[in-house]
Design a protein around this ligand. Sequence first.
Ligand code: SF4
Length: 342
Amino acid sequence: MEWTALIFEEITSVLVEAGEPSYRAKQLAEWIYGRAILDPAKMSNFSGALKDLLKSIGSFQALEPVKVQESEDGETWKFLWKLHDGALLESVLICSEKRRTVCVSSQVGCPAKCAFCASGKMGLKRNLTTGEIVEQVLKIQSFLMEKGEAVNHIVYMGMGEPLANFDAVVKSLRILTDPQLFGLSQRHITLSTVGLVEEIYKLSQESFKINLALSLHAPNQHIRKKIIPYARKYEFDELMKAIDDYHEVTKRDITYEYILIAGINDQVEHAEELAKLLQYRQCTVNLIPYNPVQGLNLEKPTRPDISAFRDVLDEYEIVHTCRYTKGDDIAAACGQLALQEA
Ligand code: SF4
């Protein structure tokens, strides 16, 4: 059992069953989530017997730090962890003005195999457990606390397709947003998906109001299928209906992620088609010029093509941003997480 995989009520009942008073749950939650302490030896108001009991009931840590890399501009850190079965995992911290955003991974590898992505090349190795997802945030919280700072945004945009690991991801959301545990505002959490239709409907039925980002990357199914092999499973219209439903139910605006890849989806006709698709939808388009990934035969869009694309979105009054990715010198940018230990 992982302590970091339990909601508050579960922590309480596990402790009560072990013969401890229920107020211990609050004390333990304060250590784990308030102070990001995952070593019972450092829980100074607990007796030796209680520390031993806690260790005998469950594990506190599954992520062994392997390497931390800082980008040249000092704004992005990439953390490499080893898991108990030897699998490697990455998480990224992005600092921008007051935002301290953790980009968490939800799987080792990824089943979606997007054409532009280093993680996708590996295929899926396994799902992460709830505790392994939550611990990524806690470890980075501890790193930030040493500088007097704290995590204030989380994006599920690291390695893996979060909705393909639905139960573990949803439970991690409960833990990270519970005011008695990590307590992050739901509005400061974004989950990014390539678009698993049934799971998008399921997510809208959960009691969350988290932001949803759809990795659209193409204005039509024909191009999308080439870029995201996973997309073949779903009709384009069905996907857009599921996304509209999520917006209706949760009232959260949708972000459409769109990686611009030279000659594939970055031309004016693609922008026109995208603009027509989204013009009556309340949304933001996040354009991401493709970052070259070693071994992938795709090219960066040119600056003039990017500007022409943006001009079309402006004409249709589509709110959009163009994210020149942070951290690409340490391969921490979108689609570049690929687990290099050395
Ligand atoms: S971009 Fe995301 S969904 Fe696509 S293969 Fe990479 S990790 Fe998976």
